[in-house]
Design a protein. Sequence first.
Length: 346
Amino acid sequence: LDLRAMAVLARLSRQWHPHCFLGRSTRSFASALSSACAQRAPEFLAELPGFVVVNKPHDLSLRSLASWVRQTLPELKGLALSQTPGQLEAASSGAVLVATNRGTSLAVRELRERHRFAELYIAIVRGQLALNDTICIERRLCQPSEGSTAWRLAGRRIEGREACTLIRGLHHGHFNGEPCTLVEMRPVTGCRQQLRLHCVAIGHPIVGDFVHDVDRRLDFCFEQPLEAPRLMLHCVRVRVPCLERGDTDIIAPDTLTPMLDFVDAPSSAQESMTLMSDAAVDGRTRKLRASDCWDAFAGGLADGILEDSHWDSHPNVRRSPGPPFGPADWDERTRRYEQRSAGENG
C-alpha cells in the first residue's frame, strides 16, 4: 500500500500509527507527528449561556460533533443544536462554536455577515511563502459541479460567490523533507473550502489537501505529491463579540506547529492580534464597502454593472441552427439559410 492508502485506512479506523508515516527517519519528528495526528476525543474549551466551544479533532463531521455535545451535556438532550455556516469542515480540526439555541445561532449569523465573528486558522502549506506580510485574497468561489464535492475558483468577476481571506506567513520549515510554511489565516467570508482554494490560488496548497492538489494552477509547481496523514488545517482561536457577557476569546491547543521542523525564528504574536482586529477586515467585501466613483462609473466594478467592461464580456451564443456554416457550394445548410433569408427580406 502507498502512503495515501494508509492515510485513508487510518481515517477509517480513527487511529494513526506512526509506523505508517515513513517520510522522515528522525525520531523526534516521528514522535511529534504521531502525538499531533493521534485521533483525540472532542473536548470543551468553553461553556457559556447560548453556546459552547469545542476542540474538534480532525476527520470528525460537524453532525457527529453536535451529537457528541448533545450526549455529553444532559441539559441539551433532545435539543436541535444550531450550526452556523462557514465553520470547520470534517477534515480540519480546532475550535468550533455550537449554538445551543436558535437566538444565539441567529446572533452569530448576523455577526458573520458583518465580519465581526473572527476565526484564526493555522495551516502548513507547500513551498516558502513570504513571512510577516499580510496577503488579502479575493478570488470568488463556485459551487461544485453535479456529482462532485469540490468547489472551484471562479474564472470571472460575475461568477460564483464573493470570498475573502487574509493570510500571513509565520515560519519556514520542512515537512516530510519538503520546504513548507506555517501560515495563519482569517476567513472574512464563510464559503465552504474557502481556505483550501485561496491557498491554491496563491500557489501554496495546504498539505494534506487531496481534493484540490490536482488543480491546473499547480502544474509544474511541485515535482511530486506530498503525503500527509491529515489535512494540515487547524482553528486555534475564536472571538465572539457581545453575546450577553461581552467579548469572548477562546484559544485552542496548537497541534500543527510541532509537526514542522523550523528553519527560522518564531514570529511575534502581536501580528496575530492585528489580524483578528475589526480594522483588518473593514471594507474588504463589497457588501459592507461604500461605493466610490471607481465602482459606480459606467464600466466600473459595481455589482450592478455587468456588461460594460471588457472583463465582463459574454460569449455570443448563436441560435441553433444558424450561421456560421460552410461555403454554399458544399454546405446545404448555408443554401437553405440564404433562401430563407431572401424569402424573409422579399
